[in-house]
Design a protein around this ligand. Structure first.
Ligand SMILES: C[S@@+](CC[C@H](N)C(=O)[O-])C[C@H]1O[C@@H](n2cnc3c(N)ncnc32)[C@H](O)[C@@H]1O
Length: 246
């Protein structure tokens, strides 16, 4: 019999004051806290809760066996990631035998979140209750950081992972009024070239670490050649509205 649950907590875009009241309560009372991180890195989600956890908390860093070392469709990548999730599925299930386990996730867990891979496995297995607490997605924090409204009237907004190939990116960019481009990191210069081709460079913004203490917001044309993984490109919609709205 399990008396604990696994609860993935969406932490919001970065500013701790943008977390939900429920997230704050769960984090401050948590005795077991797990989070994903790249090997050798502290983990963004873990950094976002600095100063919030109990002194006697036990932490479980879930270190990805690999990230960008081999292509995502390589069978070795798929096999290693699958083993990784399977391993943590059983470890978290075991921990939740007696007590709740909190899993940290930046933004909203159901929006490109790694926890989803554990969630579907845990839910299908059905041994331990699993819950997910929504958070404000990073992109929302980022478009607010620009101080410019995002979508008007009939504007169509697309959310694009920068990891897509050029052709689908081009097609989506051409068809959409407003754009959010995620996972920019090492794809920044390619994104800049594609937006230039589409005549959208002058409307594009780059937001790095949006809402965090080291947030940077700049027009994309003024951005440096490289940017960190926690960066989003925003193109605001400019759709239907009364003529006297600026
Ligand atoms: C794996 S996705 C996770 C998204 C997350 N679950 C969310 O709801 O925002 C990671 C990407 O989210 C984007 N991101 C999330 N929060 C961000 C923030 N505060 N500032 C800039 N980029 C952010 C970056 O593009 C990053 O590469």
């Amino acid at each position: 019999m399990h008396s604990g649950k696994i609860i993935c907590v969406g932490l919001g875009p970065g500013d701790p004051e943008m977390m939900s009241v429920k997230a704050d309560r769960l984090l401050r009372n948590a005795r077991h806290v797990a989070y994903f991180r790249k090997r050798g890195h502290p983990g963004k989600a873990r950094q976002l809760v600095n100063g919030m956890l109990r002194a006697d908390v036990t932490e479980y860093p879930m270190e990805y066996p690999l990230t960008t070392e081999i292509p995502h469709d390589d069978p070795r990548y798929i096999a290693q990631l699958s083993d990784f999730y399977l391993g943590w599925q059983s470890r978290l299930t075991e921990l939740a035998r007696c007590e709740d386990v909190i899993v940290l996730c930046e933004g909203d867990p159901f929006f490109y979140g790694s926890f989803m891979h554990l969630y579907v496995r845990l839910r299908n297995e059905g041994v331990v209750p699993v819950e997910v607490l929504p958070g404000i997605p990073g992109m929302v924090g980022c478009w607010h950081a620009t101080g410019i409204p995002m979508t008007w009237g009939d504007d169509v907004m697309s959310v694009l992972p920068a990891t897509l190939a050029d052709e689908p990116l081009r097609n989506h960019m051409a068809r959409s009024d407003a754009l959010v481009i995620m996972k920019v990191g090492r794809h920044l210069s390619r994104i800049r070239t594609l937006l230039t081709e589409q005549g959208k460079l002058d409307q594009a913004w780059l937001v790095i670490n949006g809402t965090m203490s080291d947030q940077q917001v700049m027009p994309l044309r003024d951005a440096p050649e490289r940017c960190p993984y926690f960066a989003i490109v925003i193109v605001h919609g400019n759709g239907r509205r009364p003529a006297n709205d600026m």
